[in-house]
Design a binder for this molecule. Structure first.
Ligand SMILES: N[C@@H](CCC(=O)N[C@@H](CS)C(=O)NCC(=O)O)C(=O)O
Length: 416
């Protein structure tokens, strides 16, 4: 007779055998965890050190990071803590007293301010397409700032009434349409035909607009502006962009402390989308609609990649979880569900702890977008099987700071 007992979760040893191998961070595709990038050069040839944030949340860092990856300039990376998620390292404030990121060392000379950094890199290594000071690029840089301001006016001003909300959206749409027109006039999928610095100037904030406007305004940028969607699709063909790309959940929760607040409009669409972004199922739209987060199909190893990342940080994940060591079995249940795609009910009362982890997976710092989706999905599916607490959420994510994301415990236990 068949047993009706729920299946036991896999052991840590069995799980380890199913995890994806470690990628080549130095020579392989763009990766958030890399500390050295060589592109076939010898380490002695490295002239550049990029200082950027541990979480890959800083938009100005993403711009410089992408430039170095696209131009394949060998460089070192040193990661720094941002004020909103922990204590800034003293060695960094000794170097840059304001603590601001990004910073870059080129042949021993320290440079701050992302635009100055790009200009210095162009002088040293040649530009990526038309340079920062070319009139066409300069004009597009102005447009990016106008779009940025329109986004801030819509997203970050509290208490917009219905009329002001509509005006803010119209202004934003006007500048987004201007970006769309610039894309349409180029000879290729990018702003000036081929990918160039002008595109990299737009990438960080347009990515954040796409996420935050879905979460807080129920507005789908890629659906509203098909030219911007085509631009994203072209970016999503590039391993450089895929290595730096974040997702809606990460940005929805990293932006409020950085921007000094993001304000939801409370519309039915907004409440629906923010609920889907937070609690799934992912993708956040149903199968017959294009996915607003990515045009990439899931890579084969997504689940195995997510598993490898959890295994790497198991001690810190247990230590930080509300259930501490008692999280061992619920976590193995979720990982069993992740890798075997069969449900594995967790012990009673563990749903909030499973959702605590679901809410703290950060893309691309911890893993790429599809791997994160798989892991969040498995944690949520397992939480739903909790016999006594299936409906309970974890503690709400803070909006003033993200010190729940202090990188320190993860660095001291297992670097990399
Ligand atoms: N204008 C500067 C802005 C840089 C900036 O605002 N950096 C923020 C992060 S996005 C920062 O380092 N803030 C200090 C911190 O959060 O620790 C640039 O283009 O580099």
């Amino acid at each position: 007779m068949e047993s009706c007992e729920p299946p036991d979760p896999l052991s840590w040893e069995a799980l380890a055998n199913l995890a994806a191998p470690e990628p080549d961070l130095v020579h392989g595709p763009t990766h958030a965890r890399a500390n050295l990038r060589l592109f076939g050069h010898a380490e002695e040839q490295v002239r550049v050190t990029l200082y950027r944030d541990h979480h890959a949340w800083c938009p100005y860092c993403q711009k410089v990071w992408l430039w170095l990856e696209e131009r394949r300039i060998p460089y070192r990376i040193r990661k720094v803590t941002m004020f909103c998620y922990g204590q800034k390292e003293r060695w960094f404030t000794q170097l840059v007293p304001s603590g601001m990121l990004p910073a870059l060392e080129l042949d021993g000379r320290l440079i701050t301010e992302s635009d100055r950094i790009l200009e210095a890199l162009e002088r040293a290594f040649g530009s990526l397409g038309p340079g920062m000071q070319e009139p066409r690029v300069w004009q597009l840089r102005q447009l990016e700032r106008l779009l940025f301001r329109a986004w801030c006016q819509w997203l970050c001003v509290p208490g917009l009434g219905e009329a002001a909300e509509r005006r803010a959206r119209e202004t934003f749409d006007r500048y987004a349409a201007a970006m769309g027109e610039a894309i349409e006039t180029g000879a290729g999928p990018f702003l000036l035909g081929e990918l160039s610095t002008a595109d990299l100037v737009f990438v960080p904030y347009v990515e954040r607009m796409n996420a935050s406007l879905a979460y807080d305004k129920g507005y789908l940028l890629r659906q509203s502006h098909p030219a911007i969607d085509r631009w994203f699709r072209a970016l999503e063909q590039r391993p450089t962009y895929l290595g730096t790309q974040s997702d809606f959940h990460t940005h929805a929760h990293d932006l409020p402390p950085q921007m000094g607040g993001c304000h939801a409009n409370g519309s039915a669409e907004q409440r629906h989308l923010s609920h889907r972004i937070d609690q799934g199922p992912w993708p956040i739209v149903d199968g017959n609609q294009p996915d607003p987060e990515t045009s990439q199909t899931e890579p084969q190893q997504a689940a195995a990649m997510a598993l490898a990342r959890v295994l790497k940080h198991r001690p810190a994940l247990l230590q930080r979880n509300p259930l501490a060591q008692d999280f061992d079995r619920p976590l193995r249940c979720a990982l069993t569900a992740l890798i075997s795609e069969r449900p594995c009910p967790p012990p009673a009362g563990s749903a909030p702890a499973l959702r605590y982890l679901r809410d703290r997976i950060c893309v691309p710092r911890d893993m790429p977008l599809h791997a994160a989706r798989r892991l969040r999905g498995a944690l949520e599916q397992t939480a739903c099987l909790d016999p006594t607490a299936a409906a309970l959420q974890g503690p709400e994510l803070p909006r003033q700071h993200r010190r729940d994301q202090d990188p320190l415990p993860f660095l001291s236990q297992q670097p990399g």
